[in-house]
Design a protein around this ligand. Structure first.
Ligand SMILES: Nc1nc(=O)c2c([nH]1)NC[C@@H]1CN(c3ccc(C(=O)N[C@@H](CCC(=O)O)C(=O)O)cc3)CN21
Ligand SMILES: CC(C)C(=O)C(=O)O
Ligand SMILES: [Mg+2]
Length: 263
């Protein structure tokens, strides 16, 4: 078993092979996803919504994320462990470095940060200290109240151009990976072409390097309104591990996301 590292993701991008990512919050389901071949596991602050029942990711604390990171780290073997920095951990550079440090000590291997061009200095400081960063652009759920809801971003030409420029700038500042959420397909492709770093998409169309979904959504457990980019992979499968395997296969064969999942 060869462990997934940043180099694995870079090789995938260079070869034009898609890689698979899922959120995970506990040891058992992390082990299932890891065994099914999922390349990257994300301890997402979406846990505030799918585990804790909140209406947004804002109430999630560093301690919540740290606890679930330790759980997932014990369950996984091969997958790369990415972890979300919670709301307001970016209050200043000192806080950012200390909070990211805590999560790295808990088992994180890649820290994901929501934020645009202004995050460049923080990303540079983390990168200098050996902490690899994934910069999350497009729909950034920690800004849900400013955005006025979970809405597609980058529909206007100037917004799309800003997302591409921010991706370039943050990769220059040291971001190793870009994650793009809820943007039109053309924006996903433009970002993938603009940067050397691997680009992970959720609701960003098929023309990116990797795909991610919230684990519960792939098991048909989304409550209430189901976002357009979601697919239930448990349908027709006999186990959760088989459902994760079906998702992995669909991503790697580029059968997912299909036209109906795109904006
Ligand atoms: N279960 C779950 N799945 C997720 O993907 C997810 C979470 N929770 N929690 C954190 C964020 C919130 N996310 C969301 C939530 C809703 C939409 C949504 O309803 N999007 C509309 C677009 C509406 C518009 O722009 O007009 C859609 O049709 O998909 C998108 C992302 C993604 N993340
Ligand atoms: C939806 C993904 C990208 C995320 O940030 C999360 O699960 O918190
Ligand atoms: Mg998140």
């Amino acid at each position: 078993m060869k462990r997934v590292t940043l180099n694995t993701l870079r090789d995938c991008k260079a070869r034009g092979e898609a890689f698979s990512c899922l959120t995970a919050y506990d040891a058992t389901l992390a082990r299932c996803a890891d065994s099914a071949g999922i390349d990257v596991l994300l301890v997402g602050d979406s846990l505030g919504m799918v585990l804790q029942g909140h209406a947004s990711t804002l109430p999630v604390t560093l301690e919540d994320i740290r606890y679930h990171t330790k759980c997932v780290a014990r369950g996984k073997q091969r997958s790369l462990l990415m972890v979300d920095l919670p709301f307001m951990s970016n209050a200043d550079t000192g806080q950012l470095l200390r909070d990211a440090g805590e999560l790295m000590r808990a088992g994180a291997e890649l820290i994901k940060i929501e934020g645009e061009a202004w995050m460049a200095d923080g990303i540079r400081e983390l990168s200098r200290r050996g902490v690899p960063v994934c910069a999350h652009l497009g729909l950034t759920p920690q800004s849900v109240h400013q955005l006025g809801g979970f809405k597609v971003q980058g529909k206007a030409a100037d917004d799309a151009e800003r997302i591409v420029q921010d991706a370039r700038l943050l990769v220059e500042a040291g971001a190793s990976v870009i994650l793009l959420e809820c943007v039109p397909r053309v924006v996903g492709r433009a970002v993938r072409e603009a940067v050397d770093a691997p680009v992970i998409g959720i609701g960003a169309g098929p023309d990116v390097d990797g795909q991610i979904l919230v684990m519960h959504d792939t098991l048909g457990l989304s409550s209430g309104y189901v976002p357009r980019f979601v697919q239930n992979f448990l349908k027709g499968q006999e186990s959760i591990e088989a459902a994760f395997g079906a998702y992995d296969e669909a991503v790697k064969s580029r059968r997912f996301p299909a036209e109906e999942h795109c904006f």
